[in-house]
Write a protein that binds this ligand. Structure first.
Ligand SMILES: Nc1ncnc2c1ncn2[C@@H]1O[C@H](COP(=O)(O)OP(=O)(O)OP(=O)(O)O)[C@@H](O)[C@H]1O
Ligand SMILES: [Cu+]
Length: 818
């Protein structure tokens, strides 16, 4: 490509990954890479059921453009064994679902295209219904650590899902090892399209009620002395058996693996109570424990499903146009990409797609949290789960149901729930030391006073058992994840996608926020306001500038191009067009070289004069952005464009300042314009004239000096700076995969007020975390003291354990309503 300008420059990196397509002229080949599912044959749901299917994850270094994707897809489509493909150009990976054993043929087929496919370790999601406590996690972790071929484990206790990274042949032995621990692992299909977990067998828990009645009867008979003691014992045993068999089973497995979870503690305590003849009490304790566990499980399900609940927003069917032009209702899972779907007013939209006919407004609040309806017309994007309001629409489906923006959001939140927030890590570490300590202490209480001080054996063994139950760390351990998960769900419902508990916990510490100007504070759609020809041929210059500007998708160029279009200016042919990062554009028209760009470019070309500088100054102080058209010898014309501030920006900045957050605007635009806009919106400090790399450098400098630095941008041009900041916010992330992937916090719409809302939520989450830890430890401490001094009974112990667990769970769930 001809280099039409005489100075050094680097093309603006649109995305860090698309190194293969460097200039704008070639931009047709690097549409934002998006994971794309190609279905061949049956719909996705039948995949998991078919046992002979296997999936291979391949890394293909040479695959970075959609052209290569097309090549590979074309080739693999002809292999009968291949069932589905999912390309990810960003990571250069390809997920192929194929018949078992076909992996070598798939790799060979790719090799025949001159590309090397390297198999990555497989990832399998395993659902383990019984795994909901960190003690179980440790049990599984210890066991699988000894299995060969297992590379990594990731636990998500809230979802009860274990993600295994393993060599293909290592899966079956690993599942067997999990079964040996008494769990039932179930394989999940990898497309994230699991239906919301069915509520566990609704209806009355008759077993529990029966056990409760028996325990009560035992207590009554014992109290009134109306029957011999063996009758009491019999009734009590019945209650313990009915309510506590599961507890005993789980407890036994834990004990066998040298692990003391609450089930083991309860089993020991109840057995102990039975051995010292406290029949009715043992029964009551077991029943109470079982009831509390059940309530706790239900409440946790609520938190767990708060996110999943969003998926139920998508309707099950969509009305799809058939080849003969008729319309037919189909399951959304069976609608293929490219189909045309019709949606009536008031109906929910079933799939992502682009409008092909009709005008309407759409309520996007399920995704963005913003209830103000959005206008949709030809070419606009629709999202699954949103609600069509005014008129009928037809749209062309752009993503499979399992890959819609909404399902990807849900997947991201679920992954975030798997990662541990700092408080949770602390609590886990604490519990790891605490539990054995308590066990030793109980042992001492049981043995030392009777042996050395002549205490009563029954008395002290009983106290030791009570102590064991009181001191169980379950409430403490559950208190953090339930709060974090509730907070993440509450944020998602507001249209704020938080990619990890860490950010939710730390967001409140943000002291400085760096903001991108264009598209973040402003609408990013400037319009041309002034045109000034510096020499005779005014119409000719307009046409030259428009011809260059029309080739660029930079907002400033777009404004100039569209103004010319409105005035009916025709476009000329441009040779050797180039975009000059942070400067402008250049190209040759009719053999002459022209540049259209900012002051920096003009200076670099050596074409600036004092007169031009005065004009620039004047316009820039009004908050306008000016670009200059020049040929090889001189400047020809000035074009000023102005962007409008978003109404919400000023309010957002004021809220941030009220929270004590300092704001800095970073922009590639010139310093005068930057200052004018900063003053309008109330920002503390403006830094203009930044080249794309300077933004990263500025964030790094802020990080060195200041407390916690956050950055907000559109997530594409600003990706490096966003990634470097302590917390990176991407705006208007809906529908842009890169933004969702690079940001720590993705804001679905373009409303800056979501940042103060996020900080507020972070403060509330932190407060609840603190309350929960104090609650758990405080109540335990009181009961501990009562136990050692002999004032506590087993009943109280059960309250101190499961009762407190319930308290912290309910307290955590309060966040769901924020
Ligand atoms: N393709 C282009 N067409 C016209 N002007 C351009 C172009 N590229 C850069 N410029 C000029 O250079 C300036 C800096 O551009 P740059 O892309 O670095 O920042 P920006 O994205 O406009 O601003 P912000 O940093 O606020 O998002 C622009 O304000 C514009 O004047
Ligand atoms: Cu100058």
């Amino acid at each position: 490509m001809a280099n039409c300008c005489d100075h050094d420059h680097t093309p603006k990196p649109r995305q860090p990954q698309d190194a293969c397509c460097a200039s704008e002229a070639a931009s047709s080949c690097c549409a934002a890479p998006s994971p794309l599912i190609t279905q061949i044959g049956e719909p996705s749901d039948s995949r998991a059921a078919s046992p002979a299917m296997e999936s291979s994850s391949l890394r293909i270094e040479q695959m970075c453009c959609p052209t290569e994707e097309g090549l590979i897809r074309g080739k693999l489509q002809h292999l009968a064994e291949v069932h589905a493909m999912q390309f990810n150009l960003l990571n250069r990976t390809l997920l192929v679902e194929h018949q078992a054993g076909a992996a070598p043929r798939v790799i060979a087929a790719i090799a025949s295209l001159g590309m090397q496919a390297q198999p990555l370790a497989a990832e399998t999601r395993v659902r383990i219904e019984q795994m909901d406590c960190p003690t179980e996690e440790r049990l599984i972790n210890d066991k699988l650590a000894r299995e060969p071929g297992i590379e990594a484990l990731q636990f998500n206790l809230m979802q009860r899902v274990l993600t295994l990274r393993h060599r293909p042949e290592a899966l079956e032995p690993a599942l067997q090892a999990i079964r040996e621990l008494g769990f039932t692992p179930q394989l999940e299909s990898g497309d994230g399209q699991r239906v919301p977990a069915e509520p566990v067998a609704e209806g009355l828990p008759w077993r529990l009620i029966g056990a409760g009645v028996a325990a009560f009867a035992a207590e009554l008979v014992h109290f009134t002395d109306s029957a011999p003691e063996w009758v009491v014992a019999l009734i009590a045993l019945g209650a313990i058996h009915t309510a506590g068999l599961d507890v005993y089973k789980k407890g036994w497995i834990a004990l066998k693996n040298l692990n003391l979870n609450i089930n083991a503690l309860m089993s020991i305590a109840v057995t102990g109570a039975v051995l010292i003849g406290q029949w009715p009490e043992a029964a009551m304790v077991m029943v109470l424990f079982a009831i509390a566990e059940r309530i706790e499980a239900k409440s946790l399900d609520r938190a767990r499903n708060a996110i999943r609940g969003l998926l139920t927003l998508t309707p099950e069917q969509a009305t799809v146009r058939q080849a003969d032009g008729s319309w037919q209702a189909l399951e959304v899972g069976q609608v293929s990409i490219g189909s045309v779907v019709r949606v009536r007013p008031g109906e929910r939209i079933g799939l992502d797609g682009q409008v092909t006919e009709g005008n309407s407004t759409v309520d996007q609040s399920p995704i963005t949290g913003e209830s103000l309806p959005v206008e949709k017309t030809l070419g606009d994007t629709l999202f699954a789960g949103t609600i069509n309001q005014g008129g009928a629409l037809e749209y062309q489906v752009s993503a499979a149901a399992s890959n819609s923006a909404l399902s990807r959001i849900i997947k991201a939140v679920e992954e975030a729930q798997g990662a541990r927030a700092p408080t949770q890590r602390f609590v886990d570490r604490f519990a790891r030391i605490y539990t054995p300590l308590v066990f030793l202490l109980s042992l001492a209480v049981a043995v030392v006073p009777p042996l050395l001080l002549g205490g009563d054996w029954f008395e002290w063994v009983y106290r030791a058992l009570v102590l064991l139950v009181v001191a169980c760390p379950c409430a403490l351990v559950i208190s953090t994840p339930v709060s974090i998960v509730s907070g993440l769900a509450a944020a998602a419902r507001k249209g704020i996608l938080v990619k990890g508990g860490v950010y939710l916990e730390n967001g409140r510490h943000i002291t400085h926020l760096a903001l991108d100007k264009t598209g973040t504070l402003t609408h990013g759609k400037p319009v041309q306001t002034d045109y000034l020809a510096l020499a005779a041929d005014a119409e000719g210059y307009r046409q030259l500038a428009a011809s260059l500007a029309a080739r660029s998708d930079h907002p400033v160029s777009l404004a100039v191009a569209s103004a010319a279009q409105q005035q009916g200016v025709g476009l000329l042919d441009v040779q050797g067009f180039e975009a000059l990062a942070g400067r402008g554009v250049c190209g040759a028209i009719a053999g002459q070289r022209y540049q259209l760009g900012n002051h920096r470019l003009l200076e670099e070309l050596g074409l600036c004069t004092a007169e031009i500088e005065n004009r620039l100054d004047e316009l820039e102080r009004q908050g306008k952005t000016v670009i200059v058209l020049s040929d090889e010898a001189r400047a020809l014309a000035l074009f000023a464009v102005a962007d409008t501030l978003k109404d919400s920006s000023r309010e957002a900045i004021a809220s941030l300042h009220a929270m004590g957050v300092k704001t800095v605007m970073l922009t590639g635009d010139n310093q005068h314009t930057a200052q004018a806009i900063a003053a309008q919106v109330g920002i503390d400090e403006a830094r203009g004239d930044l080249l794309p790399n300077d933004k990263l450098a500025t964030v790094e400098k802020l990080l060195e000096q200041k407390g916690m630095v956050a950055m907000v941008g559109d997530g594409i041009n600003d990706a490096p700076a966003l990634a470097r900041a302590d917390v990176g916010f991407a705006m208007a992330a809906i529908g842009t995969d890169t933004a969702i992937e690079t940001a720590d916090v993705a804001i679905m719409d373009d409303d800056l007020r979501k940042i103060p809302a996020f900080i507020r939520l972070s403060q509330q989450t932190a407060a609840i975390l603190k309350q929960n830890i104090l609650l758990a430890l405080g109540i335990k401490a009181i009961f501990l003291a009562m136990t050692v001094t002999g004032h506590a009974t087993m009943w109280m112990a059960v309250f101190a354990d499961v009762g407190v667990s319930l308290l912290v769970v309910f307290n955590g769930l309060r966040l769901l309503r924020k």
